[in-house]
Structures are given as structure tokens and as C-alpha cells.
Design a protein around this ligand. Structure first.
Ligand SMILES: O=C(O)CCC(=O)C(=O)O
Ligand SMILES: [Fe+2]
Length: 250
């Protein structure tokens, strides 16, 4: 199993590097490995994560129309690039400019690539890290696996001087990846992290993240208050029906 995961991560990392080199070409950067070398570095702080979202049958039955239960709250990925693969269950949504959410069609034969916050900063906003979330599915479980390609902890992240046009203002202050990760623990998942390091602000305070370094795999289901509310209502309903079975009046 461990070697299967390692083989998968090695292959996906290579693909992430190829994509980053194509992006560097697109930006007409002479050093086409300027992004990919951060993932290739021995000290690269990359993470591999498995997410499991159980089906939520109660959703269809009881949720008022239009309301969605959240499996993974809205956020942007903080690293450089994320490569996601899922089973054929829908749930992933991206936030559009007007604030509405668009569903990403599930496709177990495709990869979904996300620009991370660090790439947004290095490109001075030319590439944007898009906000996304996962909503619960009422009938099928969703599984996803994501490779998050991150730089070494000590790497300084700032807009690339070779990219900046004359007189172009740097939109972000420089920070190390370690600082960004550390401050991640002190904020909420949905916080606008990059807003805090915008060069108009007076200090660098960075944000959220699952702080482990190195390769890591984990299985988890995100906690969200809407789930707690839903669970509470299930318990109340269950309690009501048990009382009924036992002959109590509800
Ligand atoms: O499970 C998914 O489809 C997305 C999960 C995600 O965005 C993440 O783990 O950062
Ligand atoms: Fe994500």
C-alpha cells in the first residue's frame, strides 16, 4: 500500500511540475523551472490527502429546497498547486467572481488542478487561487485524493522580480512558507489569507493549515456546524420515534 501511494505521488508530482513549467512558459519566464524546482526540492513541503464524505440521505428528505450541507468548508489551497482526483460523485464546487457556486462535474478519469495561494503571490495575481468547497451528496459517498505541492518551509514567497513589468506594484509582502503555514493555524478555513499579506496592510499575518511537513496521508471528514445542526435534528427525530415505539405520547 505504501509503495502504491508513493508511486502515485511520484507520478502526480511529475505531472504537477510539467504543468508548472507550461505556466512559466505562458508567462514567458526564462527560467521555466522557477515554480517546479520548489516541488522538486528535497525539502519540498508537500502533502497527500485522502478525503471521504459519507452519503447524507437525510439531506434530500428533510433539507429545505436549495440549502446545502457542507462536507468541506470554503477555502483556497495555500500551497503552489493542487492535483485532485475523485470518484464519480459530485460535490466539489468553485466560487465564481459574482459569488455564486459552480459544480465541478465529477470525473474519475480526469484531474482537477487548483492554483494555490503561493502561486498567486509569485505571479503577482496573474494566476488566482480559486475558492472551493465540497457539498454533501444525498446518495453516494465521495472520495478524493489530492497532492498539494508546496515549497520548502524556509522558501521566501514573493512576486517574481523577473515577471514584474516596469512600475508594476507588488501586490503582496514577502513571507516564508513556514510563516504562512504557522499563521494558518490561527485563522478560520474560510478566511481570506492573501488579504492579510496584501502590501497595503501594515503587518504580515499568515494563516491556516494542516501543519505537518513531508508526505502525509489522512482520512477525514470535515466538521461543520451545519452538520451538527442536522445531527441534532436527527437525534430529536429519533428520540421522538423511540418514544412512540415505547408507547409514550410524543
Ligand atoms: O474533496 C474534494 O473534492 C476537495 C477537498 C479540498 O479542497 C481539499 O482537501 O483541500
Ligand atoms: Fe482544497
Amino acid at each position: 500500500m505504501a509503495s502504491l501511494v508513493n508511486d502515485y505521488v511520484t507520478a502526480v508530482k511529475k505531472m504537477a511540475c510539467d504543468i508548472l513549467e507550461l505556466l512559466a512558459d505562458e508567462l514567458k519566464l526564462q527560467q521555466r523551472n522557477v515554480f517546479s524546482k520548489l516541488l522538486m526540492d528535497e525539502e519540498s513541503d508537500s502533502v497527500f490527502r485522502l478525503n471521504y464524505y459519507p452519503p447524507c440521505p437525510e439531506l434530500q428528505e428533510h433539507e429545505p429546497k436549495g440549502r446545502k450541507l457542507i462536507g468541506f468548508g470554503e477555502h483556497t489551497d495555500p500551497q503552489i498547486i493542487s492535483v485532485l482526483r475523485s470518484n464519480n460523485t459530485s460535490g466539489l464546487e468553485i466560487s465564481l467572481r459574482d459569488g455564486s457556486w459552480m459544480s465541478v462535474p465529477p470525473d474519475s478519469n480526469s484531474f482537477f488542478i487548483n492554483v494555490g495561494d503561493s502561486l498567486q503571490v509569485m505571479t503577482n495575481g496573474r494566476f488566482k487561487s480559486v475558492k472551493h468547497r465540497v457539498v454533501a451528496n444525498s446518495v453516494k459517498s465521495r472520495m478524493s485524493m489530492i497532492y498539494f505541492g508546496g515549497p520548502p518551509l524556509s522558501e521566501k514567497i514573493a512576486p517574481l522580480p523577473s515577471l514584474m513589468e516596469r512600475e508594476e506594484a507588488s501586490l503582496y509582502k514577502e513571507f516564508t512558507w513556514f510563516e504562512y503555514k504557522k499563521s494558518a493555524f490561527n485563522s478560520r478555513l474560510s478566511d481570506n489569507r492573501l488579504g492579510r499579506i496584501h502590501s497595503a496592510t501594515t503587518h504580515v499575518r499568515v494563516d491556516q493549515y494542516n501543519g505537518n511537513t513531508g508526505l502525509r496521508s489522512s482520512l477525514r471528514v470535515r466538521f461543520d456546524w451545519s452538520w451538527a445542526w442536522w445531527a441534532l435534528r436527527c437525534i430529536i427525530r429519533l428520540y421522538g420515534s423511540i418514544k412512540g415505539d415505547l408507547g409514550f405520547k410524543s
